[in-house]
Design a protein around this ligand. Structure first.
Ligand code: MG
Length: 289
C-alpha cells in the first residue's frame, strides 16, 4: 500500500497541471509530460502532497486492521480531511461527488476511479480470491455502487493478486483483458500525446494496468504513469500499488516519501505491514507444522 501512497504523492503536483486549472499554470503538453522520464527530475518536489487517494487507501487499510465496516472508515477519514480544509492550491482534497456523498447518508453510485485508487490494501491483505473479491466489493459499494467502478476495483485486485503470486506480465495481461473486457494494447507515446483527463474508472484503470505491464521497475512505473498525464495522482497511485507487489520499492524512495506523509497515516501504514508480516509468519509456521 505504500506504493499507492508514493504514486499519489508523486502524481499530486502534476494532476493540478493536467486539470487545466487557470489559477495554477495551465495544461501540460507532450514535451512537459515526458520531462518526468528524465531521471534527473526528482520524483518529489515542493508541490508534492498527499491527496484523497492516500487518505482513502489508509482508510481501507485501517478497516482491515480493525475488522470493521468499510463505510464507517471511509466516512471517518473523509470527514477528518474535510475538516483540515483546503490544500495549498485552495482546493479540496476530494472531488465534488465524494464530498456530496460524505454529506449525505445514502449509497453512492459513482463510476469514478475512487473505487480503484483505494483498493490495494485488500489485495495485499488476503491470500485467497474469495476474500479479496468480497472485501473489494464491500469497500467499493458504499460510495461507488456502479458496475464500472466495481470492475475497476476488482481488476486492480486481480492484477495485484497475480503479481503477488508471480504470474508473468503476459499472463496478467491476458487474464485481465479477457475477464474485464479491457483493451490493454495502448501505445505509450500515443497516450503521452493524446490522453486527456478523465476520472472515470473505465478511462483510467486499463491505462494504469498497461503502464505497469510496460514498466521496468518501480520508479520507471511511477515516471511512466505521470508521463501520460490525465488524473496523474490516481493513475500513479494505482500503478504504485501494483508495482510495489511486483518489484518492491527502492529504499531511497521509501525514505524520500516520509516527509510528505502525515503522522496519523504513518502509524496505520506501519501497523498494516506489521500485520502482513505476522500473517505471513503464521502461514510459514502452519506449513512447518
Ligand atoms: Mg487525488
Amino acid at each position: 500500500m505504500l506504493g499507492s501512497i508514493i504514486g499519489d504523492i508523486v502524481g499530486s503536483s502534476y494532476e493540478v497541471l493536467e486539470v487545466n486549472d487557470k489559477r495554477i499554470k495551465g495544461k501540460r503538453d507532450y514535451e512537459d509530460r515526458i520531462k518526468i522520464l528524465n531521471s534527473n527530475i526528482t520524483l518529489f518536489n515542493d508541490d508534492s502532497s498527499y491527496t484523497d487517494d492516500s487518505v482513502l487507501t489508509t482508510a481501507v487499510a485501517d478497516t482491515l486492521l480493525n475488522n470493521k465496516n468499510y463505510e464507517y472508515y471511509l466516512r471517518k477519514y473523509g470527514n477528518k480531511e474535510l475538516k483540515l480544509g483546503l490544500d495549498k492550491y485552495g482546493r479540496s482534497r476530494f472531488g465534488k461527488g465524494f464530498i456530496n456523498w460524505l454529506k449525505s447518508d445514502v449509497q453512492g453510485i459513482s463510476y469514478g476511479n475512487g473505487s480503484a485508487m483505494r483498493i490495494a490494501p485488500v489485495a495485499y491483505y488476503f491470500d485467497n480470491l474469495d476474500d479479496i473479491y468480497k472485501n473489494a466489493i464491500e469497500a467499493t459499494i458504499p460510495s461507488h455502487n456502479n458496475n464500472e467502478a466495481i470492475n475497476g476495483a476488482l481488476a486492480v485486485c486481480d492484477t495485484i493478486y497475480l503479481a503477488k503470486n508471480k504470474y508473468s506480465k503476459e499472463e496478467i495481461k491476458n487474464y485481465i483483458e479477457e475477464k474485464y473486457n479491457y483493451n490493454l494494447n495502448f501505445d505509450l507515446e500515443d497516450l503521452q500525446k493524446n490522453y486527456t483527463f478523465s476520472s472515470k474508472c473505465i478511462d483510467t484503470v486499463p491505462q494504469a494496468i498497461y503502464i505497469f505491464l510496460i514498466s521496468n521497475d518501480f520508479e520507471d512505473a511511477i515516471r511512466k504513469s505521470i508521463s501520460i498525464g490525465g488524473d496523474a495522482d490516481t493513475i500513479a497511485c494505482i500503478v504504485g500499488g501494483i508495482s510495489e507487489t511486483y518489484y518492491g520499492i527502492p529504499d531511497n524512495i521509501k525514505k524520500d516519501v516520509q516527509k510528505y506523509i502525515p503522522e496519523y497515516m504513518k502509524s496505520i501504514i506501519s501497523n498494516f505491514y506489521q500485520e502482513l508480516e505476522l500473517k505471513n509468519n503464521n502461514k510459514i509456521f502452519k506449513k512447518e507444522l
